[in-house]
Design a protein around this ligand. Sequence first.
Ligand code: AMP
Ligand code: ZN
Length: 472
Amino acid sequence: MPVTLYNTMERKLEEFIPIEDRQVRLYCCGPTVYNYAHVGNLRTYVFEDILRRTLEYYGYSVRHVMNVTDVGHLVGDGDDGEDKMEKTSKETGKSVYEIADFYADAFFADTADLNILTPTVACRATEHIDDMIALVKRLEERGHTYTAGGNVYFSIDTFPAYGRLARLDLEELRSGARIEVDSNKRNPKDFVLWFTRSKFGNQSMTWDSPWGVGYPGWHLECSAMSMRYLGEQFDIHCGGTDHIPVHHTNEIAQSEAATGKSPWVKYWMHAEFLLDESGKMSKSKGEFLTLSLLKKKGYDPMDFRYFCLGGHYRSQLQFSYRSLDAARTARLNMSSRVQELLAAGAEPVEVVALSDRAVELRADFIEQIGHDLNMPRALSTLWAILKDTVLSPSEKITLLYDIDKVLGLRIDKIPSLTDEELDEECASLIREREEARRAKNYSRADELRDILKTLGIEIKDTPSGTKWKKIL
Ligand code: AMP
Ligand code: ZN
């Protein structure tokens, strides 16, 4: 069965065929580490994780590269405003490197909490300045750059395909352009590749370059690092929808202009925004929505993951504590049903040994995830499995553990009910019965089983030990 994905470049669903047989090369724009990630950012990383897990489930090997932006991302996407890192540095009195380390660690702690798989390569912009300089040199050699006011610019008029991803109407943009803040630009949509004369006097992170001491533009970073680790053409590039009109548009222009190869990326995938109650999600307000804040309020990171899975990645999702509570309730409900299965002695079996009904449910799941990552439908299948009246507990557990390779809800970590939840009398009877069984005193073991039954506890002996469930 093929995987179908929505390609933003073509604005349609397409069958996914990687460039190189079973190997997928995937690049995801990573965080700018000047502050904590907000839960909107995290929604996008959950989507990318689901994409990777789906492809792996379908048997592809995925090389997943993500950058960490620790220089060059200005407050505005269009080369305006300060460098975000420098801004935090000034506000806190800490060095930009200290800030980058702190927030990069916080980001990876969040993603680990959300059971997001670690990228194959996570690369820092400040460690790839040479690659970026080499890319600007290539662009310069091919006539795509000009220098003005101390900065090196990409000239979009040298790249006729500019703006296709975002369907930009360049003529309209040019005629309707507001007065451009940067008068050095020949075209208002030109963008900086290399800042040699910082607009902000005391920029602390600078490197030597053929054009003078300076620092790279944000868009350049992603082109240079993705091509460094994935080659000059690769399969999938992801980010949030806000990246379509500027960041990804500029990445395409400079990458294809530098290599002369098109398409640079075969499939572009974008996650829609998570909105807060104000209608957007921002870090500028004092307290913004972070995973730590949700944890402080008593939520489990898996509640947030479950909440994200409840919406399709191409639809906007509205965050509210009510919706998060609903996700938590559903997840806890799922956990207690899983505990019942375990208490009934469910043990995973080989997928090949599944009944027709189980195979059918698994096929539904595979189809749904392969159809542009339809997680809301995949969650319905999870519930269909839990509520099925034909499947055995072991088949249910087998299916749940299997589909969780994609859902990532840590279903296999749901503990079986432990003795602590039993009253002392029953717990000691179960221990006594285990000893009797070990001593091969089966008549005593049976007697104890009957006593427990009268106390409302049913016992089942499984290869991994005694399981029990409440029956009254
Ligand atoms: P940033 O750290 O700002 O570069 O953003 C990291 C990722 O989060 C990017 O892929 C953005 O497109 C994405 N993003 C930003 N805001 C939101 C939001 N409210 N909802 C979903 N994704 C977002
Ligand atoms: Zn990027």
